[in-house]
Ligand binder design. Structure first.
Ligand code: SF4
Length: 980
C-alpha cells in the first residue's frame, strides 16, 4: 500500500479504485467508497483528523460508522519515541485505539507491536488510579487512599526541611526511562539538588563511553537509509536502540542493495536478516573490529585525507612517540604496526568465527567507503568488562573510512538531536552527590546507580526522600535483593516514593505510590537521533487535546485522565511550589508564570513559550497554517527542524566569531568573541574555556578554523588524553580488553550467560500491563546448544535446569537450540515478574505470586501461584491461557561495575545443570553477603580520583553529566570517601 507521499502509487491505486467502482456500478450495485471517502489510504490525511470515519469492526457485517478525532501523541514504551495517533471516539469521548502518526519524521507512521498496545495500558484493569500511602510496614501490602494534597504537603515539608538543613544530598530522583529532554533535571536544579540518578549505567554507558572518547558525543547517529554496508553489534531490526525508526531505514537500504553485517551470539531475528551473521564468543567483538580495522590499514583502504585532517594523530605522536617527527607519514608508519597483531587468525581464535569469513566481511566493509553505517549500544558494550572498547573499536572503522557525518555514514548524535531552551533555566546546583558520582569512578559515563545499595549499606550517606519514576530498581538492576534490604530500612531511606502508572516489584515497598499517566496522559518533549535530520516530538494527554479541540478549557490533566492519575509536569511544578510557597528559598521563581507574575506556571505556558521561542522554524510553520506554535504541535505532534545537515565539523567558523584568538599546539582554537544566537546544527565545542576565559570555537585544519568536534582537542580522538591522564594510558587507544567472561577467565565447566537481550514485544516492566503483549511473549527459557545439553545431561526442551551464578542460582526451563553458540547460554530480559501474596495484583497476565524468605544463608524465592484467569473489568483477563511467566534472573547477578565506564557488565560466568528433584520453575536463591564480596572485588579494579588527579578534580569537566553542579564542586574536597 503506498504512503501518502507516494503520488504515483496513489494515482495507480485511484485508477484501480475507479475501475472497481465502475465494475460494481455496472452490476447495478452500490459502491461503498469507504467511510471517510478515502478508499484504502495508508493513513488518514491530517485535514480529516477532526472528523475521521471508520466502520466499527465489532459491528461487522453491519456497516456501522464511527466518528473519531485523531490526536497525536508519542509512544512511551521504549526510547524511540515513535509518533502515535489516538482515535478518540466522538461518541464516547474515549480512546478507541492507537495507530502510527504519519506526520512524525522519525517513525513515519510505523510502530512496533508495543505502540498500538498502549491502549491496553490505558484500559489496564490493574493500573493504579489514586494516590496511596502505606498503612503497614514496608512491603506488607497495606495501603490507604489519600488525597493529592496530603501527599504533596507531606513530601514538600520533608524536602523543604532537608534543604533548609543543608541536607540536599538526601534528596534523589531516580529515573528509569526518561522519555523527555531535561524537564526533571531542571526541577532538581531549581531545588539546588544534585539528586538526578538514572538507569544508564545498567543500560548504555559502555556504548556511550566508547563514542564519547572518540568524538565528544556519546551516541552514534547512523544514516542507515543511505548506507552501502550496515554493521550492527546489536539486534537492531527487532529491539535495538531506536529500533523501529532505524529498522525501517535499514530495510530501505537493503531494498537498495545494502549489505548487512550482524554480530550477535544469538540467532536473533536481526541475525536472520543479515548478509553476514557472525556469532562470536561473547567479549571478542572488539577483536573482530580491530581485525577489520587492521585490514583497512594494511591494504591502505582508509581515507587518508580524512584521517590526516580529523584525527588527533599529531597530539598522539607528541605524547607517545616523542622521538618521531610530527608528520602524517610518521603517524602512518606507527599506525601500520599498531594493530598488526589483530590478524584474521587472531580474531578467529578469540571469536570462534572462521578467519575466511572475517576476511570476507572486512573486504565488504572496505568496499563501503563513506557509506558505512554502524551501531552498538547495549549488547557487547553492556555485557563485558571493557565493553566500552567495543564501541571505540567500531567507531575506529568508521573513522578510518571517513564515514563520519557523511551520507550513509555515522553522525555524532548532537547533530541529529535538538533540545530546546525552557522558559526558566535555574543555575547549577551548589552540591556534589557522592552517592552517584563517587571518587572511584571519575570517568563513569553516568551515575553509579546500581551501587547505591552498597554505598548506603557502608554508610556513605542516607536518603531522606527517594523518588523512583518509570523505574523498578528491585527488578531491573542486578543484585535486586540488596536493593530490597536498603529500601526496607528506614534508617537508610527515610521516605520512598514511587511515581508510577502500575505496580511493580519496587513500588510494593514504597511509602507513597503516586499514579502517573501513560504516554497518552502526559506532556513531554523529546528529540532523538534517528537519521540525518533534527525533529522535536510532543507527548500530550490526548483527551485533553481532543476536548480542547471541541472548545472546552482543560487546566489540569487530572480532569481528563482516569481516576486521579496525574502527569509529572504538573506534579513537579505543584510540588516545587509547595516546597517554597513564599519564594524565600529561591525555588518558586523557576515555576512561576512569566505572563502572570506571582502565579504558577502552567504546562500550556511552559510548552507555548518553548515552541514559540526556541524551536527554529516552528513559529513560521505554525503561522502558515494559521495556528500558534503550541496549537500546531497539539495538532500534528512532531516537527522536523532540519535535515541533510551534513558534516558540521567541517564548516569554517565565520570571521565574526574569531576575536583575540588563541590556538593550542593541538590546533584547538579559542575566541573571545561572544557566542552567536543558538544554531541548531553547530556543535557546542569542548565545554571548557581556556585560562584567559576564551571559549572554544573550533580547530585549525590546514590554516582554516573549522567547527570540529566537541572533544578537548577539537578533533576525533584516536588517542584520548583524558584516558591517559586519568590513569588509563594503556587503554587510551582503541583496543581490546579481555572480558571477565573471556574463556581464559572461566573455570572448567563454566558457560557464559547472555542475559540482556530484549524480546521485540516486551519492554522492561511496564509492558506487562499490556495484555496483547503478554499473550505474545510471557516466558524466558534458557537457550542451550544441543552439544552442551548432551554434555550436561539435559535431555529435552522444557526440562528444568539450575543456572548457578556467583551469588546464587535460578531455575528455568531449557530451550535446546542451534541458535546459540556452544559454550554460551542465553535468557531474555523482561520476565519472571512477581509479587508477594498480600500485595495488590500488579499485572495479572505476567506477575506470579511468590514466597520470599530470608534465612541464615540468604534469600530464597519460590513460586506460590502462577498467573491464571481472573475476574476484572476486562473480560479478557478470564481468557489467560498461559501460566509460565519465566524467571527473574537479575536477582541472582552480583554487580560488575566497569572501572572506566562505570557500566554494569552483565554477562555472567555460570554453571548449568539439571534441576534438583525438589526444584520448581522460577526458584531463586541469593546470598547478599556474597554479593557484597563480589562488589568489593570489582571496586578493587578502580583507579580513584584524588588530590593528584589532573587539576585536582573529581572528574574531567568536559565529560557529560546530566545535571552538572557548579564548577567549583569539581575539585576533590579535603574530606572525602574514600581518603584520596
Ligand atoms: S519502537 Fe515500538 S515501543 Fe518503541 S516507541 Fe516505537 S512503537 Fe513505541
Amino acid at each position: 500500500m503506498p504512503g501518502r507521499g507516494d503520488d504515483a502509487g496513489l494515482d495507480a491505486l485511484g485508477a484501480r479504485v475507479s475501475a472497481a467502482r465502475d465494475a460494481v456500478q455496472a452490476r447495478g450495485e452500490t459502491f461503498y467508497q469507504g467511510p471517510s471517502g478515502v478508499h484504502l489510504a495508508s493513513f488518514p490525511p491530517p485535514e480529516r483528523w477532526d472528523n475521521w470515519v471508520e466502520l466499527d469492526s465489532r459491528a461487522w457485517p453491519a456497516r456501522k460508522e464511527r466518528r473519531y478525532l485523531l490526536v497525536p501523541t508519542t509512544c512511551f514504551n521504549c526510547e524511540s519515541a515513535c509518533g502515535l495517533l489516538a482515535y478518540v471516539d466522538a461518541g464516547t469521548g474515549q480512546v478507541r485505539k492507537f495507530e502510527g502518526n504519519p506526520e512524525h519524521p522519525g517513525s513515519r507512521g510505523r510502530n512496533c507491536a508495543k505502540g498500538p498496545a498502549t491502549i491496553n495500558q490505558v484500559t489496564d484493569p490493574d493500573r493504579i488510579l489514586y494516590p496511596l500511602r502505606r498503612s503497614g510496614r514496608r512491603g506488607s501490602g497495606k495501603w490507604e487512599r489519600i488525597s493529592w494534597d496530603e501527599a504533596l504537603d507531606s513530601l514538600a515539608a520533608r524536602i523543604r526541611r532537608a534543604i533548609a538543613e543543608a541536607r540536599q544530598n538526601e534528596i534523589m530522583v531516580h529515573i528509569g526511562r526518561p522519555g523527555e529532554d531535561g524537564f526533571t533535571e531542571r526541577v532538581l536544579a531549581s531545588w539546588g539538588v544534585d539528586g538526578h540518578n538514572s538507569h544508564t549505567n545498567v543500560c548504555s554507558s559502555g556504548g556511550r563511553t566508547g563514542y564519547q572518547f572518540w568524538m565528544g558525543a556519546d551516541r552514534p547517529s547512523p544514516d542507515h537509509a543511505n548506507a552501502k554496508v550496515i554493521y550492527l553489534i546489536s539486534a537492531h531490526l527487532e529491539s535495538g536502540h531506536y529500533f523501529n525508526p532505524h529498522a525501517q531505514r535499514i530495510t530501505q537500504a537493503r531494498e537498495n542493495g545494502a549489505k548487512v553485517i550482524v554480530l550477535d551470539t544469538r540467532l536473533s531475528n536481526t541475525a536472520t536478516h543479515a548478509d553476514y551473521w557472525l556469532s562470536p564468543q561473547p567479549g571478542s567483538e572488539a577483536a573482530i573490529n580491530l581485525a577489520v580495522a587492521q585490514h583497512l590499514i594494511a591494504t591502505r583502504r582508509y581515507d587518508r585525507e580524512f584521517v590526516r585532517s580529523w584525527w588527533n594523530w599529531a597530539e598522539y605522536l607528541r605524547a607517545c612517540h616523542p622521538g618521531r617527527p610530527v608528520t602524517f607519514e610518521a603517524f602512518e608508519d606507527v599506525l601500520s604496526t599498531l594493530y598488526s597483531g589483530f590478524s584474521f587468525e587472531y580474531a578467529s581464535a578469540e571469536s570462534g568465527i572462521d578467519a575466511g569469513v572475517l576476511a570476507e566481511v572486512a573486504e565488504t566493509v572496505a568496499g563501503a567507503g563513506t557509506r558505512f553505517s554502524a551501531h552498538v549500544w547495549r549488547s557487547a558494550a553492556a555485557g563485558n568488562l571493557g565493553g566500552w572498547q567495543v564501541a571505540r573499536t567500531l567507531f575506529l572503522i568508521s573513522a578510518l573510512l571517513g564515514a563520519v557525518a557523511t551520507e550513509g555514514g555515522t553522525f555524532p548524535n548532537g547533530l541529529n538531536k535538538f533540545v530546546p531552551r525552557p522558559i526558566h533555566t535555574p543555575p547549577h546546583p551548589g552540591v556534589w552527590q557522592d552517592l552517584t558520582w563517587p571518587l572511584e569512578y571519575p570517568l563513569a559515563q553516568n551515575e553509579m546507580s546500581f551501587l547505591l545499595p552498597h554505598f548506603l549499606a557502608e554508610g556513605r550517606g542516607r536518603l531522606d526522600t527517594y523518588f523512583i519514576r518509570v523505574y523498578n530498581p528491585v527488578w531491573t538492576n542486578p543484585d535486586g535483593l540488596s536493593w530490597m534490604e536498603v529500601l526496607t530500612d528506614e534508617a537508610k531511606v527515610g521516605c520512598f516514593v514511587a511515581l508510577t502508572p502500575t505496580w511493580n516489584e519496587s513500588a510494593y515497598f514504597a511509602d507513597y505510590v503516586l499514579p502517573m499517566g501513560h504516554g497518552p496522559e502526559r506532556h513531554d518533549t523529546h528529540s532523538y537521533e534517528q537519521y540525518d535530520g533534527q525533529w522535536i516530538g510532543f507527548r500530550q494527554p490526548v483527551l485533553r487535546a481532543a476536548r480542547e479541540r471541541l472548545g472546552e478549557s482543560i487546566t489540569d490533566s487530572r480532569q481528563v485522565n482516569p481516576g486521579e492519575v496525574w502527569e509529572e509536569n504538573e506534579f513537579w511544578i505543584e510540588l516545587s511550589w509547595r516546597i517554597d510557597p513564599d519564594g524565600s528559598l529561591g525555588i518558586r521563581q523557576y515555576h512561576e508564570s512569566r505572563a502572570r507574575p506571582g502565579e504558577k506556571l502552567t504546562v500550556d505556558e511552559y510548552y507555548g513559550w518553548m515552541f514559540a521561542n526556541s524551536v527554529p522554524g516552528l513559529p513560521e510553520r505554525a503561522a502558515a497554517g494559521g495556528l500558534a506554535p503550541l496549537q500546531w504541535m497539539r495538532r500534528y505532534g512532531a516537527f522536523e527542524i532540519c535535515k541533510g545537515n551534513g558534516a558540521a565539523h567541517d564548516q569554517p567558523v565565520p570571521a565574526a566569531e574569531l576575536d583575540d584568538v588563541a590556538i593550542t599546539d593541538t590546533g584547538r582554537v579559542y575566541t573571545a568573541a561572544p557566542k552567536p544566537p543558538c544554531s541548531n546544527i553547530v556543535p557546542t565545542g569542548a565545554p571548557e574555556p581556556d585560562c584567559a576565559g576564551r571559549r572554544p570555537v573550533g580547530v585549525d585544519v590546514d590554516g582554516t578554523v573549522r567547527r570540529g568536534f566537541p572533544t578537548p582537542s577539537g578533533r576525533l580522538e584516536f588517542w584520548s588524553s583524558t584516558l591517559a591522564e586519568w590513569g588509563w594510558p594503556e587503554h587510551a587507544l582503541p583496543g581490546y580488553i579481555k572480558s571477565h567472561v573471556h574463556p581464559g577467565n572461566l573455570e572448567p565447566g563454566q558457560l557464559v550467560l547472555l542475559s540482556t537481550f530484549r524480546l521485540p514485544t516486551q519492554i522492561h516492566t511496564r509492558s506487562a500491563n499490556a495484555k496483547w503483549l503478554d499473550e505474545l511473549a510471557h516466558t524466558n527459557p534458557v537457550w542451550i546448544h544441543p552439544r552442551d545439553a548432551r554434555q550436561l545431561g539435559i535431555a529435552c526442551t522444557g526440562d528444568l535446569v539450575r543456572v548457578e551464578t556467583e551469588i546464587g542460582y535460578f531455575v528455568a526451563r531449557a530451550w535446546i537450540t542451534e541458535g546459540i553458540r556452544p559454550g554460551v547460554v542465553a535468557c531474555s530480559h523482561h520476565m519472571g515478574r512477581w509479587r508477594l501474596p498480600d500485595q495488590p495484583r500488579g499485572a495479572g497476565g505476567l506477575m506470579a505470586t511468590v514466597d520470599l524468605r530470608r534465612g541464615d544463608d540468604g534469600w530464597t524465592m519460590e513460586r506460590r501461584a502462577p498467573v491464571a484467569p481472573y475476574a476484572s473489568g476486562d473480560p479478557d483477563s478470564q481468557r489467560i491461557w498461559w501460566s509460565d511467566t519465566g524467571v527473574h534472573q537479575n536477582l541472582t547477578f552480583p554487580v560488575h561495575p566497569d572501572p572506566v565506564s562505570g557500566m554494569h557488565c552483565w554477562h555472567q560466568a555460570v554453571r548449568v545443570r539439571p534441576a534438583e528433584p525438589a526444584d520448581q520453575h522460577g526458584d531463586i536463591a541469593v546470598d547478599t553477603a556474597r554479593a557484597r564480596e563480589v562488589y568489593l572485588q570489582w571496586l578493587e579494579l578502580t583507579r580513584p580520583a584524588g588530590s593528584r588527579s589532573p587539576g585536582g578534580l573529581r572528574r574531567p569537566t568536559w565529560l557529560m553529566r546530566p545535571l552538572k553542579p557548579a564548577r567549583e564542586l569539581f575539585r576533590v574536597p579535603a574530606q572525602t570517601w574514600p581518603a584520596p
